[in-house]
Design a protein around this ligand. Sequence first.
Ligand SMILES: [Zn+2]
Length: 359
Amino acid sequence: MSVKPSGKNDNPSVILQRVGEITIEDRPVPKLVDPHYVKIEIKYTGICGSDAHYYETGCCGSFEVTSPMVLGHESSGVIVEVGSKVKTLKVGDQVACEPGIPSRYSYEYKSGDYNLCPEMAFAATPPYDGTLCRYYLLPEDFCVKLPSNVSLEEGALVEPLSVGVHAGRLANIVFGDTLVVFGAGPVGLLTAGAGYAFGATKVIIIDIVQEKLDFAVKNKLATHSYNSKGKSFDEIKAFVVETLGGKLPTVGIDCTGNKFCIANTIKLLAKKGRYVQVGMGAATLDGFPIAYVAENEILVTGGFRYSVDNYKTSVELIASGKINVKPLITDRFTFEESIKAYQYFKEGKSIKIMISGPE
Ligand SMILES: [Zn+2]
């Protein structure tokens, strides 16, 4: 389904003024100056936990909002203008927008880990404006064209899916692996789904909210689920061992940032198991099972956002039907209702809230 550019000449933007205060304002339409850039008319934006953190506390991780900032970074849209050196995109193309631009001169960029670039300009991460506006500029190679069987709504879910794809790559998930994921929020669900698509034969997702667990299994993002509410580590482990035919999982990914979940994920792993930390919580941690890591040669790494080709892989996973992201969208708001959408996010009833527009 093709969506036409609006042809409008304004740039309504959803702006976090200060903690707890969001307004919609008309900002200047950005001008295409760099010949390698394209101008995108944003069509859909998903609300992410980080946006809500800034809204509620002004902070997320080590970042702090000190001046008004446009929110949003999970977007898709239609190309409305291309720079003179753009080769792969044309006006009218529908794209998923990768929202973080590294310095092309950094060591991290050159060595293939551009997500770790210290000069990264990431949408809706202070001081950089986000994508919840009408017009947004990106370099051509940070837009991934959506094939005709991937909708713009699905395109906006490429961002959180790419976090899961990146984590799966870091853990080297291959056919025959078994995976345990703690946390069944959008990133946990998509991380489980990506691991399953990469060939993990059994994927166990663990959370304390039964509806989310049922959602994961029903939508084939995980093969098994476990509600750990009030359960001891031994009870969780007994379920995992039984599910895996007497074995322990080869890969564990924490998508909660919670210290108990982190310790449990690691202690569940088989010898030589691979562990990825995706969830963000406290800066330091009590109760980290360091002896278990040493004695079992557990490989521990962090997973931060996404890197080379993760967006492309995500679009391919959706296009090929290996992951169905659509059911994650539980609530829809228009751009004009953005403030309401952020308030609704706080109630914690949704999996993914999608904002359409501006019209
Ligand atoms: Zn996000």
